[in-house]
Design a protein around this ligand. Structure first.
Ligand SMILES: *[C@@H]1O[C@H](CO)[C@@H](O)[C@H](O)[C@H]1NC(C)=O
Ligand SMILES: *[C@@H]1O[C@H](CO)[C@@H](O)[C@H](O)[C@H]1NC(C)=O
Ligand SMILES: *[C@@H]1O[C@H](CO)[C@@H](O)[C@H](O)[C@H]1NC(C)=O
Ligand SMILES: *[C@@H]1O[C@H](CO)[C@@H](O)[C@H](O)[C@H]1NC(C)=O
Ligand SMILES: *[C@@H]1O[C@H](CO)[C@@H](O)[C@H](O)[C@H]1NC(C)=O
Ligand SMILES: *[C@@H]1O[C@H](CO)[C@@H](O)[C@H](O)[C@H]1NC(C)=O
Ligand SMILES: *[C@@H]1O[C@H](CO)[C@@H](O)[C@H](O)[C@H]1NC(C)=O
Ligand SMILES: *[C@@H]1O[C@H](CO)[C@@H](O)[C@H](O)[C@H]1NC(C)=O
Ligand SMILES: *[C@@H]1O[C@H](CO)[C@@H](O)[C@H](O)[C@H]1NC(C)=O
Length: 736
């Protein structure tokens, strides 16, 4: 284990000391100008400090031309310090070495984390709500904007804007706010309005805080009531993404700068890059750190890069990172072949069948218009004359969107197991089949000269297997700090019906317009949890972001698994959110800003830079430097172990705060399925006599034998008979 930490430390130091190493490979041309973010930590306290003139003077020292002002793209100056500027490689390197600069990194393009009901979660309509308090909660949504006229954002019955609100309505164009959408800002000058042209931001906003709207459906499918997690909360919109789903990193940081200063209560970000960036090279982690200082918890989608291990893109311990699970409502579609055989597949097909069977165009009827060969597995290159009036039989191995254009009637698509979960929406009858069923269609088409088939309108099916983790939801272990469990939590993210922008097409292929649509991905799961955070906060105004996160994690419900069962907690985190239980966790694992700072020290950050990030005289405690990253008071424990064939011994320190009954005694219950690993907890009983009292304990984990699997999962439950405070203990055997 020691070796492992050294290795992490080493990689870290390289990144910190010489940021140029990160991108050298890509940048041979020294004169290439690029947009960089220069992060400078907290704003100094001095009243006379002027961020913009400081930023200009730093630039002056590295740029020798006169148009410095044009190189400074924007200054961050409301909630933290830094700026975005156009620099070449040499200037970037010089800046990175200057006093006051913490990191300089390219402004990457973030992407929306969507792939293509609350009753299920235990937050029914009749639930107890802190109405008055709840309606003073503001959910900050950093996304593609919002469609303000959507019925989901009507403000009927909502009181005036909360007094604490310091934000503005600068939606641009004809955008107007109301008592539901109380703040709006846009950042990308290519679309001069906070109005949503992509649809994604409208969808995520309505999942978190949409009003109750009856009789909503998707072209007659999935009819019901649309309702966000906290229908009486307020929404503040920060539009950073434009049509096409591109969201520039420097704009995301600008949105955090404003949202924190505006006074939101929770921030939700369903965006990501396809890798886990180093904390202070990541606009979301930087923004969330400063949000945390102000008592604001930030939610981020875990990413849709699963099922590969370590594909989680949201890794900082102060972020709440959300995986996506299925819900019990599933769409199924029937394929009826000419020989009467019926196969069940997936799609969201809104077109009713009238019983007519259409001819099937088989693979060998497909050829590229330019004479080349169509790739055997893919739905491409259709010869119009051969597919007109027919159902096309083809494959979509990577889930490429396929347009049954050129006069086709529809499509029967062979998809890989990993993308079968995703319901593809199409404006022509279409069905996705798994390989076994697809082969049956092929053997039928081989057996007859004129194969025909009919695709039915999709139906809703109650899925008893839910919730399971979506195949594409990003997996842990945490690629940056193994000791921090990621993702943290899971929530419904598949086939979610919510509000949409009526000017956005359903997707690249289906150009229909709709006010409500079905989307999937960790993008959808993230605002669900943001809503639950707001819900918990409405009852517990004084809880820190870490306390709220702990309450939600330790009360989570089990997830039935995932397609790759071995991933376990690394797929679903602590489990599926359980909003009502999260109000009464009994005990919480709290984490202060000083704790995060100490963790960064232990992780290897330069002490001077840490001081600057925290903006306080918080120094690294040399004395407790032995206290390793694993000792941060996280509500889950992950112990990385070297794969040597010898014993290991780990001690983990934790402290819980009583938020249950003043007088209570909690007993440690260990749920350990692994006889090869011995876990003990000291003390076994924790007695409290008042609220907010803290008690510490030590978990000792000993393994004495050769271990032949990679992950050992156990859990510790503190129980007082009423509350069961559950934390996973995961021993992760490192691979060489
Ligand atoms: C930046 O500082 C590092 C070490 O602190 C040094 O190796 C490097 O040469 C410096 N780069 C520039 C451009 O000054
Ligand atoms: C506002 O402008 C958008 C786009 O320009 C348009 O689609 C919409 O109908 C307008 N809304 C109102 C309420 O005028
Ligand atoms: C069913 O629909 C097809 C195409 O839309 C049409 O050609 C056919 O006549 C219809 N059949 C019946 C029985 O209505
Ligand atoms: C449709 O036909 C046109 C012209 O033949 C061709 O260029 C195009 O690639 C075809 N589209 C598909 C999806 O095959
Ligand atoms: C169906 O798709 C899978 C996954 O892409 C592929 O491995 C398989 O060969 C395909 N089967 C047929 C019959 O095309
Ligand atoms: C159908 O026929 C094609 C072409 O002859 C052949 O490659 C394929 O294996 C056959 N599939 C089945 C399921 O019979
Ligand atoms: C910061 O803390 C150090 C030791 O912890 C102390 O020596 C120093 O005076 C403090 N500085 C300020 C500005 O408070
Ligand atoms: C807790 O227990 C102590 C001693 O057993 C008792 O004096 C006190 O009144 C109790 N407090 C509450 C809130 O029940
Ligand atoms: C590990 O070894 C035990 C016996 O010592 C065996 O029962 C178990 O199946 C093995 N697990 C794996 C993953 O090989």
């Amino acid at each position: 284990m020691t070796n492992h930490i050294v290795l992490l430390f080493f990689l870290m130091s390289l990144v910190l000391v010489s940021p140029s190493l990160v991108c050298d490979a890509a940048e041979s041309d020294i004169e290439t100008n690029k947009l960089y973010i220069v992060y400078m930590g907290s704003l100094p306290n001095e009243e006379s400090y002027s961020p913009t003139s400081h930023h200009l003077s730093l630039l002056q020292q590295v740029i020798d031309d006169s148009d410095i002002e044009n190189r400074l793209v924007r200054s961050y100056k409301r909630s933290f310090n830094g700026f975005a500027a156009i620099l070449n490689n040499q200037q970037r390197e010089n800046l990175a070495n200057m006093t006051g600069v913490i990191s300089v990194f390219p402004s990457s393009d973030y992407r929306l984390q969507t792939t293509r009901s609350w009753d299920f979660l235990g937050l029914p309509k009749s639930i107890k709500r802190g109405q008055t308090v709840e309606s003073d909660l503001v959910i900050g949504v950093i996304d593609s904007g919002i469609w303000p006229e959507s019925e989901s954002f009507n403000d009927q019955g909502l009181g005036p804007i909360p007094k604490k609100w310091r934000g503005v309505c600068l939606g641009g164009g004809n955008f107007s706010c109301n008592n539901k959408i109380i703040g709006a800002r846009f950042y990308d000058v290519r679309e001069l309005s906070a109005r949503d042209s992509a649809g994604h931001g409208t969808h995520t906003s309505s999942i978190a805080g949409g009003r109750e709207v009856k009789g909503v459906s998707f072209f007659g499918l999935a009819e019901g009531t649309a309702r966000g997690a906290v229908p009486s909360s307020r929404i503040a919109v920060y539009k950073v993404c434009i049509l096409g789903g591109i969201c520039s990193g420097d704009l995301i940081l600008a949105a955090f700068d404003d949202a924190i200063a505006d006074g939101v209560d929770v921030i939700t970000v369903s965006l990501g890059v396809p890798y886990a960036a180093e904390f202070f090279n990541d606009p979301v982690a930087i923004g969330a750190f400063h949000a945390m200082e102000k008592g604001i918890l930030t939610l981020q989608a875990a990413g849709n890069f699963g099922p590969e291990p370590s594909s989680v893109i949201s890794v900082a311990p102060w972020l709440f990172s959300v995986a996506a699970t299925t819900i019990d409502r599933k769409f199924i579609t029937k394929l009826i072949l000419g020989n009467g055989k019926t196969l069940i597949g997936k799609s969201i097909n809104t077109i009713p069948s009238n019983g007519t069977k259409f001819p099937i165009a088989v693979r060998n009827a497909l050829k590229c218009p330019n004479g080349g060969n169509a790739s055997p597995e893919k739905c491409d290159c259709f010869d119009e004359n051969m597919v007109k009036g027919k159902l096309v039989l083809c494959g979509s191995p990577m889930g490429e969107l396929f347009s049954p254009a050129n006069g086709t009637i529809g499509s029967i698509v062979n998809v890989s197991h990993s993308i079968f979960d995703i319901s593809v929406i199409s404006d022509k009858p279409s069905i996705n089949l798994e390989q076994n069923d697809f082969v049956q269609v092929q053997s039928y088409t081989n057996s007859t000269k004129y194969p025909t088939a009919e695709i039915s309108k999709s139906k809703i099916f109650h899925d008893n297997n839910a919730p399971i983790v979506d195949m594409q939801s990003s997996r842990g272990p945490n690629p940056r700090i193994l000791e921090i469990l990621k993702p943290d939590i899971s929530a419904p993210g598949l086939d979610i019906l919510a509000a949409y922008s009526p000017i956005a097409p359903i997707d690249d292929v289906d150009k229909r317009k709709t006010k409500y649509t079905i989307l999937s991905g960790t993008s959808m799961a993230c605002p669900y949890v943001a809503g639950v955070v707001a819900y918990v906060k409405s009852f517990h105004k004084d809880w820190s972001p870490a306390a709220i996160k702990s309450a939600i994690m330790t009360t989570a419900k089990p997830v039935k698994g995932s397609y790759d069962d071995l991933a376990g907690e690394f797929a679903y985190g602590s489990g599926n959110i359980n909003p009502q239980q999260a109000l009464h966790p009994g005990l919480v694992y709290d984490i202060t800003k000083q704790d995060y700072v100490q963790m960064l020290c232990n992780y290897g950050y330069d002490a001077n830079k840490i001081k600057q990030i925290s903006g306080e005289n918080l120094s690294c405690h040399e004395a407790s430097r032995r206290a390793l990253v694993k000792d941060i008071n996280y509500p889950a424990m992950v112990i990385p172990v070297e794969p040597y064939h010898k014993s290991f011994h780990a001690k983990i320190h934790r402290t819980v705060t009583n938020v249950g009954f003043p007088n209570s005694t909690y007993k440690a219950i260990l749920i350990n399925h692994n006889l090869k690993i011995k876990i003990t907890v000291k003390p076994k009983l924790l007695s409290f006599t008042s609220l907010n009292e803290k008690q510490s304990f030590i978990v000792t984990i000993v393994g004495g034998e050769k271990l032949n699997q990679t992950v050992f999962s156990s859990s510790l439950v503190w129980s007082d008979g009423t509350h069961n405070v559950k934390s996973f203990i995961i021993v992760q055997i490192l691979s060489l």
